[in-house]
Design a binder for this molecule. Sequence first.
Ligand code: NI
Length: 410
Amino acid sequence: MNRFFAAALAVFLILSCAACTGRAAMAEDSSQPETLEAASGIPAPGKEPGPSAQPDAAPEEPYVRVIDPAKPMVALTFDDGPDATYSNAILDILEENHALATFFEVGRNVQACPEPVRRMVEMGCEVASHSNAHKNLSKLKKASLLKDLALADEALTAAGAEAPFLVRPPYGAVNKTVKASTGRAMVTWTIDTEDWRSRDAKKVAGYIMNYGDLDGEIILMHSIYESTADAVAVLVPWLQEQGYQLVTVTELMAFYYGELPQPDHFYGYTYFTTHGRTDTPIELPSMFPPAEPSDGAEAPENVPPEEIPPEQPPEAVPEEPPAGEPEEIPEEDTLPEWLWPSAVKPFINAAPRPIPIASKPAVATGRTVSAPAEEPVPTKDASPAKEEPPAAGEGIGSGALLPNPAVFTP
Ligand code: NI
């Protein structure tokens, strides 16, 4: 019993001392706020804020980005970067306006300048591939094509992005192999600002502002020109004032066109101009906030991997491969799941809608856009080699990194 009382007394003394010490400490440090309300700067209910209260000190509510699939949306896309100066200038504008865009980056530029890619990922922008060396992919043999795309993937993943699933072929130049045998989705654009040609911010911004209805469009620009960054500074707030939501390409496809990009499919001018707004948008909840890196990502419980359907048959492509190049038939008939960003994985069993093969003349769409050369004609005029090269010293300064080609005007 004595032991019990001794132990109880010890506990009592320890508790008393702790309480005394605490009170003494509070008394000594009279400058400390006495209440939680004072500490947080938030007045207690019924109390007026005192003269020392700072209403501005309240933490700002985090911005929650919400896309309404029923409202107008447009995808800004930027090719040929990253550029240490102008990619960041464009990201500054996007960030200030809570907007996102898609960046089709050149692998070797990423190697030289990876920082903007990290920032794009942090912001939730879509980072996609524009090949590794900006070659005309339609002139490469399949092995070289796949190697080039793999090198771009390496550069992008080393910079902190996921292995990109979307690829924009340089110059919009594709053949059957590029369109349907890389395991990726090839995406071009619907509106070409020709920013590389004019290098004039007023012309670029004016072209978009006078274009008309931009709902569902994919706008092509290049993140390597000061004039483009200047145009973006005007366009982003203007587009939002007009009621357009600025979305990534995958978001546009899911929300506006109602399907996710499929491997070995080509999404070009014909696709986008023969599809209207869907009645059944696909939601991408896991894209907000941006998905975690795909490492360790697992398919959701209700979508076991064995239920993932095989890929759809490749879209029929009329043009022939360049003469002299043996055309290989794609051997894989399973979905290359590793290519899917984790954000998209939960939705890969969504049945893709049939893609009409019949092409629709641009003039019949009512759109006055310049269409990308989806099916480049091997004439001298259409050859990318005839295009205006970048000005010396501007951007990436490499002959292989030509700006986008002249557009095909029907
Ligand atoms: Ni390009």
